[in-house]
Design a protein around this ligand. Sequence first.
Ligand code: GDP
Length: 182
Amino acid sequence: MADSFDEECDYLFKAVLIGDSGVGKSNLLSRFAKGEFRLDSKPTIGVEFAYRNIRVGDKLIKAQIWDTAGQERFRAITSSYYRGALGGLLVYDITRRATYENVKKWLRELRQFGSSDMVVVLVGNKSDLGNSREVSEEEGKTLAEVEGLCFMETSALQNLNVEEAFLHMITNIHEITSQKSL
Ligand code: GDP
């Protein structure tokens, strides 16, 4: 897989970041996009997004990843945030149990407004803060299994599993989309 901005892309995907405020969404996105990305700030509507081009086999995919830019704090996320999204990273903070308990609420919203076969990866972020852990890795896995999601623990701070979480989502979206177009 390689990144590029100059070539024509074969597919454009929209994916969203979702989860409680302060779980690390913006840092995950900037980690993933670091070096090879363009972060477009849209202060008027309060949504930010980044692009990253990824090669999967012989196809070039442009992933457009949206970040809430703090709107979740004011419960101001509208259905347009989710519209057309084929994937999502649903993030909680392993050191704040309440953020894990809110996962189901975010999932309902994702399923209500997103595509029905959306690829969702449940992400337990801040894995570097093991000493303050309030949610075990096992609990993350179990919830993901029950809800039919993929699961990963990440650290945006230490750059652990960040690339893997995004790429997992993007390659799965690609698989689903290319099967549909057969
Ligand atoms: P958002 O509100 O979900 O976008 O969260 P931010 O990305 O703004 O991060 C919230 C806070 O958590 C900031 O103080 C970050 O520095 C911190 N943070 C984000 N990711 C990590 C991580 O993986 N480990 C640690 N220790 N702190 C993190």
